[in-house]
Design a binder for this molecule. Structure first.
Ligand code: PLP
Length: 443
């Protein structure tokens, strides 16, 4: 497998280099040079495969020998350890629950697979690999759980003191082993600035092997394609055109769906569902891509004003090599496959209520945005089967969901037990010298 940068399609790197670097030097994003298709036989017989078996077949085809099959199988078995069930609400509406992992959000799939791949590529190194992550809450929890007890890798998480929720803080500070939490007296931006400075510090980099667990790492995208196949397997018997509706922020999840479609999964359409940060739905409607600062909403994991994976989406549709049906502009190509809807907060709250009263199902604010976008689409397209990606468990947003529904939301045991575990974190001021001294002394 070879990868190129979305800013330079002629210089190729190996999977190892793309994973360990995260980002190309030119600030583009890594993309697979070739997206191979799976056999029609495999797609037709999906129901004969377990979820890990599907993940193995898909990744084997995509990685094209970059990792030997035996090793790849071990990586899959260690990362795809929880299910992705499809729940049917009615004959045309289903929900793909992606929150059965340790941090209760779909990001667990990406973080766990990336941790295993990095550990695999790092195994011949004698020196420990140190991953620095700044988090505003959610990503840190998935990354910490993903890398927990991974040999040869230490994770240092920087989070803004007092600015993450109590349960999020527990997810970052109670794991121990190779996970170290630094509670920074500052904002998320201060945390991110410290990490950036560390990467630029020559002396520090001579002494320590530093890396990042960046959200746009290709190793996070690949495993997110697996559950599109797993979902399709569960609804295939309904014999309807399948439309995936994806609550989106940085559009990694949707881009992974495009990978699945390009590998041969018969997906009829994608719905790009956003909150008021609707730069992509706006583009799909008008052809004009106009990033702007994000606004705060109750589906806050999607408060993104300049989605990082848009470059990958545009790249896929600009490069429909050899597909004679689609030879228009990037925009024309993209809107053949993807429709977009933006949903505001008052509507989202109504959506949470509607799903609860109509189906007795508690959906989180992100999933509710997806639900409403699907309902919009189905007004003109009643004969499709919609699959809404439920990206997080409602208990992650417990105060909003409880006050909207006026009922108690259960916290799954794997999260609830954290509240009894002691927090272990080192409190540091936000200046770089103190942070650097800490790294030098403790690692
Ligand atoms: C990260 C996140 C999203 C957005 O996913 P993207 O891949 O960035 O589009 C949606 N919902 C939840 C709960 C998330 O944590």
């Amino acid at each position: 497998m070879q990868l190129y940068s979305t800013k330079n399609a002629t210089a190729f790197v190996s999977l190892k280099e793309a994973v360990m670097k995260g980002l190309p030097d030119d600030n583009g994003l890594f993309m697979p040079e070739h997206i191979p298709t799976l056999s029609a036989d495999f797609i037709e017989n999906l129901e004969k495969y377990t979820f890990p078996e599907i993940a193995f077949e898909v990744s084997k085809t995509l990685l094209q020998g970059a990792i030997p099959e035996n090793d790849l199988k071990k990586i899959i078995d260690k990362s795809i350890t929880f299910p992705a069930p499809v729940i049917q609400l009615d004959e045309s509406t289903t929900i793909l629950e992606l929150f059965h992992g340790p941090s209760l959000a779909f990001k667990d799939f990406g973080a766990r697979f990336m941790a295993q791949i990095m550990s695999y590529f790092n195994q011949k190194e004698d020196e420990e690999l140190i991953i620095l992550v700044a988090t505003s809450g959610d990503t840190g929890g998935a990354v910490a759980a993903g890398f927990h007890k991974t040999p040869g890798i230490r994770v240092v998480i920087l989070y803004p003191s007092g600015k993450v929720s109590p349960l999020q803080e527990k997810q970052l500070t109670t794991l121990g082993h190779n996970i170290t939490a630094l509670e920074i007296d500052g904002t998320f931006d201060d945390c991110q600035a410290l990490v950036k400075k560390a990467f630029l510090d020559k002396k520090l980099n001579q002494k320590l092997r530093l890396s990042s667990a960046n959200s746009i790492n290709i190793a996070r995208l690949i495993p997110q394609s697996f559950y599109y196949f797993e979902a399709y397997k569960q609804v295939k018997h309904l014999n309807k055109p399948v439309v995936f509706c994806i609550p989106s922020g940085n559009f990694g999840n949707l881009t992974a769906g495009l990978l699945a479609k390009n590998m041969g999964l018969p997906i009829h359409k994608f719905i790009a569902a956003t909150n008021e940060n609707d730069v992509v739905p706006e583009y799909l409607g008008s052809g004009n891509y106009t990033p702007r600062p994000s606004v705060r909403t109750i589906s806050n994991a999607m408060d993104v004003g300049n989605p990082s994976n848009f470059a990958r989406m545009a790249d896929i549709y600009a490069n429909l090599k050899g597909n004679p049906e689609l030879n228009g502009s990037t925009w024309n190509n993209m809107k053949e496959d993807i429709v977009g809807f933006g949903v505001n907060d008052p509507a989202t709250k109504e959506g949470i209520k509607e799903v609860c009263t109509k189906y007795n199902y508690v959906i989180d604010p992100h999933g509710a945005v997806g639900y409403l976008a699907l309902k919009q689409y189905q007004k003109d397209n009643p004969d499709i089967l919609g699959i809404i990606l439920e990206t997080a468990h409602p208990s992650k947003f417990i105060s909003d969901v409880e006050s909207i529904l006026n009922l108690k939301v259960d916290i799954p045991e794997r999260l609830a037990i954290l509240s009894d575990k002691p927090k272990v974190a080192t409190f540091l001021p936000k200046d770089f010298t103190t942070f650097k001294d800490w790294l030098n002394k403790n690692l």
